[in-house]
Design a protein around this ligand. Structure first.
Ligand SMILES: [Zn+2]
Length: 230
């Protein structure tokens, strides 16, 4: 088998997501140079306070952590792009495991009961074939030993039976498109809501508002990356 693998590798070498250098066989997605260049921010106290206040001005959130700083044309953008649009869900495993080990060490989410992903719209799921958060969330869960629970928070699609006016109102009011299939499962539980990027925080905020329908729920947030509003 190894022989076949070597032959395959000779003709189809894997390349680094960021710098396009041919990867060595023990490297995955990123070369060692780029790994050392990753803009890791989860231990930056200033970022952590900024992130928390983004949400706490609007909803009660216990803790927020982002793994990488996201800049236009930067390494993080390339990683996220690969994960979302290039059929590379396994890059989510790499991010989840790495981030997970760091979070485990910091002990910050040691009392979390469930990891919940921001749900993907059905149409998008069909088109992409996978939710980019599944690999990230499950490997994060494996490291932190927290159950990954993707089926409770759902994204509702607009029904075909609505009139045009109703549809218009829905958009103009920017009503949340998230629903809980059950408001008792997360009762008295601490939920870690996950997403790929925090930009304005609007999507995560809408999810938090829906999750807060559950009595005595505690919410924390973890994302692969964070970018400042421009
Ligand atoms: Zn590289």
């Amino acid at each position: 088998m190894q022989y076949l693998k070597d032959i395959f590798y000779l003709f189809f070498p894997y390349i680094c997501v960021n710098c396009k250098l041919t990867l060595l066989q023990n490297e995955k997605h990123l070369c060692t140079y780029c790994v050392n260049d990753l803009p890791i921010i989860d231990d930056n106290p200033h970022t952590n306070v900024t992130l928390l206040s983004t949400f706490n001005n609007k909803v009660p959130v216990k803790n927020v952590r982002s793994f990488l700083y996201y800049q236009k044309h930067g390494i993080t953008q390339k990683i996220i792009h690969e994960l979302k649009y290039k059929n590379q869900p396994s890059i989510g495993n790499l991010m989840g495991a790495w981030f997970g080990h760091r979070l485990k060490e910091s002990n910050i989410f040691s009392d979390v009961d469930f990891i919940v992903p921001v749900p993907l719209h059905k149409e998008k799921l069909k088109k992409r074939g996978y939710n980019q958060l599944t690999t990230f969330g499950t490997s994060l869960g494996n490291i932190l030993q927290i159950e990954y629970k993707p089926e409770v928070l759902i994204r509702t699609s607009i029904s075909n039976t609505q009139t045009l006016k109703e549809r218009f109102d829905r958009f103009s009011n920017q009503k949340t498109t998230f629903r809980l299939s059950d408001t008792s499962i997360f009762k008295n539980k601490h939920i870690l809501l996950i997403d790929d990027v925090i930009t304005t925080g609007a999507t995560l905020l809408a999810c938090c508002k829906e999750l807060l329908q559950t009595p005595n729920i505690t919410i924390s947030i973890a994302t692969i990356s964070f970018t400042e509003k421009t």
